[in-house]
Structures are given as C-alpha cells and as structure tokens.
Design a protein around this ligand. Sequence first.
Ligand SMILES: Cc1cc2nc3c(=O)[nH]c(=O)nc-3n(C[C@H](O)[C@H](O)[C@H](O)COP(=O)(O)OP(=O)(O)OC[C@H]3O[C@@H](n4cnc5c(N)ncnc54)[C@H](O)[C@@H]3O)c2cc1C
Length: 422
Amino acid sequence: MPVSDKPRQRAIVIGGSIGGLLAAHQLLAIGWEVQVFERSADDLADRGAGISTHQAIFDAASRAGLVFDTSSRTVPRAYVCLAQDGRVVEQKPAWRTMTNWSRLYRPLRDGLPPANYLDNRVLTGVENSADGVTAIFADGRRIDADLLVAADGIRSTVRAQIFGGAAPAYAGYVAWRALVPQSDLPAATWQALEDVYVFAAPDGELLVSYAVPTRVEDQHRGQHSYNIVWYRPANEVELRDLCTDDQGRQHEGSIPPHRIRRTVVETMKADARALLAKPLADVITCCADPFLQPIYDLASPRVTEGRVALLGDAAFIARPHVGAGVTKAALDAMGLADAIVAEQGRLKPALRRYNDERTRFGRWCVERGQQMGARIKRRAPGGAAPTAAELDQNCRLYLDDYIRVALDIEALTGGAGEGGAG
Ligand SMILES: Cc1cc2nc3c(=O)[nH]c(=O)nc-3n(C[C@H](O)[C@H](O)[C@H](O)COP(=O)(O)OP(=O)(O)OC[C@H]3O[C@@H](n4cnc5c(N)ncnc54)[C@H](O)[C@@H]3O)c2cc1C
C-alpha cells in the first residue's frame, strides 16, 4: 500500500539474488517503483544448496503475497551426534525448518514482473547527492533513483566504494558442500539419515547435515536431497591451493565448483571415508559435484550512507553456523520497508532507523558466528590426539550451541520457534 499521495519514489536494487529479490518485493509492497540490476546473465536457481532457516523468510514471502508451499520445507525428527564408528553419541528432539536455496529463489524471482528485473547489468559505481543517487553501470549507463539498495553480496562493489576498508576476513576454514538427490543414494544410506539433523566432529572439524527438498530443477530425481556442510580448517596457503584450478589459475577468494581440481575432490572424499561415519561418507562419495566455500566474517561500520542502504551479505557476513544469512536478508528487507513506512516516506530518518536496527542484529550474528566457529581449527603440531570421549564431548557441545543459537534468533526476531543453523 503506498505510503503517501506523492509521486512514487524509485529504488534501484543492485544484486538479484535472495537478498535483492526480497528487498524488491518489500519495496514494491509499500508502493515504490523498483528495478533490480543483476550482474549475471543466467537464471540463478542452480546456485546454492540446502539451507536451514527461520520463520522470517516465510513472513517476508507472505508480506509480499508469495507462498512457499509446504513441499519447500523439511523438518527433521531429531538432532544426533554421529561418531566415526557409527555410534549415536547424543540424540535430542528437533524442531528445525530446512529448505533449499532454489526453493526460496524460484518464487521470489518468478513473482517479480519481468520489467522489474534486468540481468547482465554490472554496477561499477555509485554517486550520492543531496536529492538523489546515481548508479553507474559497466556499459556506461547512468540511472538515477531516490534510493539505492546494495544487495550485491560478499564482494559488494557498493560497500567497497563507500567504506573502502571493510573487506571480508577469512576465518581460517572452508565448508565443503554436497547435495545429493535421494535417488542417487543407496537405500540404506537414505534410511539412516533421512529424518535426522546430524552433527559430526572429527578432530578440529565440524560437519552438519540434513535432508532438504530437492532443487526445483532436480525434482524428477526424487522429492528430497541430502545436504552436507563439512567445515575443515585450511590456512591461507592451503586455501590458495584449494582455489587453484587444473590450468594453474588461482581464483580469488573462492573457486567455481567445476574448476576444483579432481585430485582435491578425491583427497576430500578419501578423508571422508577415513573420518566420518559410513552413511555420511557415502553421501560425500556419491556426490558428483561437491563444492567448497571459504568462510568469511564481515561487519560493516554502518549500513547506510546518503541514499544508499546495504542489505544481506553486502552489509554483514556471519559464519553459517548461525544459520541466519537468508533470515538476516529477509529481516533487512522488511526492516527497510518498515522504516520507510514508519517515517512516512522521509528517507533520511528512515535510513537512520534502518541503520540502527540492522547494524545491531548484524553485529550480533557476526560475533555469535565467530564464537561458534572458534573450535574449528588445526591441531597444534605435536599435540596429543583427542580421545574418543573428548571427540564425543566436542560434538555434543556443537549440537547444544546450534540449538541455543536457533532459540536465541527466534527470541530476537519474534519467530515461531522453527529455525535452524547451517
Ligand atoms: C557454507 C555456507 C552455508 C550457508 N548456509 C546457510 C544456511 O543454512 N542458512 C542461511 O540462511 N544462510 C546460509 N548461508 C548464507 C546465505 O547463502 C546468504 O547469506 C544469503 O544467500 C544472502 O545472500 P545475498 O542475496 O545477500 O548475496 P548473494 O547471494 O551473494 O547475491 C549477491 C548478488 O549480487 C550480484 N552482484 C554482485 N556484484 C554485482 C554488481 N557489481 N552489479 C550487479 N550485480 C552484482 C551477484 O551476481 C549476486 O547475484 C550460507 C553461506 C555459506 C557460505
């Protein structure tokens, strides 16, 4: 519903992934004109993997008149800690909601009229002035607006231009990701894992895994897939090696999945067979296209400057243990629209309000992620190997941490107690 009778205000959203789409929907819902500019020329639905999430994303969808139907979620029955020898070390009732990145992206993208989404547009610069903001694109085009929402992710061009120094800091470990449709897994493996949220903690490492709805594109391969996130320490030198492809090209910060060297994948799969319980190792071994994501921390000093608002990963990157990346983007998008409505369309106080609220939550997520990931690290050289009892206890601590953070997020965001952390 428009907030006033004045001419409609105009927003440019940079980045057409989940954060940008959420922002576009929330601003359209309050009567703004919105255009999303996305760098990629492709549909993004084949990105991402399993996601554990919170109620906020479903609230944001319904406020925008979108429906994420129940087939877009799974709910595990129990959390379990699984030792390498297959023992269930701990078991607690679960109350999580799991989904798949593409199941969130698809309705958000399809729900946006084509005229509101322009692909293959690379933002190169921003100019703020007292009465407007101008986005400058690689093809030389300049587009004016009342507000620019920067949802351009971890390597945000807008953030770099505005805050120069605020760059993501590598956390010292990577996440190996595997997403395998049920039909590709041995029946016994699926039965062992299908309804449990699993924690495994080999020395200095952490694995979390759960079933999720299959990607929209893979639905012919079964209703569900199994999703693994395996956090493994890698120092800067090791990270550079992991991100170097067959041609010897070193990719900056991360490497596209199809570029990961075969030997790197084979070594990771051999480690899985040596360190993990058999069903988990089976999933990783069956995965045709595992990929890795280095883990970063980023806290922007503030999330607004003039008529620019940072949102989602462009603003704050919390380690995925908090399970709040998508939730944070949804809360940012709703918070921005709410602030504009509360200030009756006056942008200056609205952005001040947005900055105060979102900076607080963003910082909380970043700090919590750092605390939760602090035990993921290489053992000191010459240090004694942990006993089985110590490994079991470490795994229990992770499980409890994950339960606690999900409850804390629900309490902070007024959710209905259905969250999760990845
Ligand atoms: C290992 C791992 C596990 C995770 N697990 C979870 C989980 O379980 N639950 C959860 O909630 N979150 C999880 N996350 C985080 C989550 O994926 C993100 O927080 C969330 O997707 C928000 O992303 P975004 O839209 O802000 O940014 P992105 O998805 O990075 O999108 C940025 C977009 O901007 C575009 N872009 C960039 N630069 C430009 C430019 N100059 N011009 C135009 N367009 C541009 C890009 O092409 C991209 O489409 C996880 C992350 C990792 C790394």
